[in-house]
Design a protein around this ligand. Structure first.
Ligand code: ADP
Ligand code: MG
Ligand code: MG
Length: 209
C-alpha cells in the first residue's frame, strides 16, 4: 500500500459512508440521537478534502484523522479521528506498507479507540467490530511473507467486523448515548459497529484493486 492507495482508502470510505449515511442515521435514531450517518458523512468529506498530494501512507492517514477530529460531531469523530492518526503514526515514514505493517497500524488504531473511549468488547460499540477485525487480520497474516497478501488479510478483517457488528444486536449498551437507554438498547445493531465495517470494507476494496 503506497500513499496513493492510502488516499484511495479514505476516498472509498467516504463513498461507502455517503451511500449508507441514511442507514447509519436510522440505526442511531433507534438507540442514540440519529446523527451518526450525518456525522461521518461530514467527517469523511472533510478527510477527502484534506488528503495531501504525494505523501507517504502514514501522513495521508494522519491528515485524514485530523480532519475527521476537527469536522465530525459526536463521539464517533474523535474516536475515528484518533484511530486514523494512530494508524498513521504507526506507519511512520514508510513509502510502501506491507501486510504486517498495516496489521500493526490497525492494532494501534484499536488501542487508540480504547484508550480514548474506554470501551471493551461487549459494551455495544465500534470496539465490538474492531477487536475481532484486528484479530482476524493478524491471524490471516500470521506467517505471511514480507509483502504478503494484504488483500486476504483485509478481507478477513471485514468478515470478522461484520460478525462482530451483528453480535452487538442482543447486547445492552454500556458506553455512549445508547447506554442511557439501559435495557431498551437491546435488539438493535450498534451504528458505530456498522460504520466500522464500512471503513474496513473500503480498505479491502482498495487493496484488492
Ligand atoms: P453521538 O453518540 O455522540 O451522537 P455518533 O452517533 O456519531 O456520536 O456515534 C455513536 C457511536 O459511537 C456508537 O454507536 C458507538 O459505536 C460509538 N461510541 C460511543 N461511545 C463510545 C466509546 N466510549 N467507545 C467506543 N465507541 C463509542
Ligand atoms: Mg449519534
Ligand atoms: Mg450526536
Amino acid at each position: 500500500m503506497n500513499g496513493e492507495d492510502a488516499a484511495a482508502w479514505i476516498r472509498r470510505a467516504a463513498e461507502l459512508v455517503a451511500a449508507d449515511a441514511e442507514r447509519l442515521t436510522r440505526l442511531d435514531a433507534a438507540i442514540g440521537d440519529g446523527d451518526h450517518g450525518l456525522n461521518l458523512d461530514r467527517g469523511f468529506t472533510a478527510a477527502v478534502a484534506a488528503l495531501p498530494e504525494g505523501a507517504v501512507p502514514g501522513k495521508v492517514l494522519i491528515a485524514a484523522g485530523r480532519a475527521i477530529v476537527s469536522k465530525t460531531g459526536g463521539a464517533s469523530g474523535p474516536l475515528y479521528g484518533t484511530a486514523l492518526r494512530r494508524a498513521g503514526k504507526a506507519l511512520g515514514d514508510a513509502e510502501d506498507v506491507d501486510a504486517a505493517a498495516l496489521g500493526a497500524a490497525l492494532r494501534a488504531a484499536l488501542e487508540g479507540v480504547q484508550e480514548l473511549g474506554q470501551a471493551v468488547e461487549g459494551d455495544k460499540t465500534m470496539v465490538d467490530a474492531l477487536v475481532p477485525a484486528v484479530a482476524a487480520y493478524e491471524a490471516a497474516c500470521e506467517g505471511a511473507l514480507p509483502g504478503g497478501d494484504l488483500a486476504a488479510c483485509a478481507r478477513a478483517a471485514v468478515e470478522a467486523a461484520g460478525k462482530g457488528a451483528e453480535a452487538t444486536v442482543p447486547m445492552q449498551a454500556r458506553k455512549g448515548r445508547a447506554s442511557y437507554l439501559g435495557a431498551r438498547s437491546v435488539d438493535h445493531l450498534d451504528p458505530g459497529a456498522a460504520s466500522t465495517v464500512l471503513i474496513l470494507r473500503a480498505l479491502a476494496d482498495v487493496v484488492e484493486g
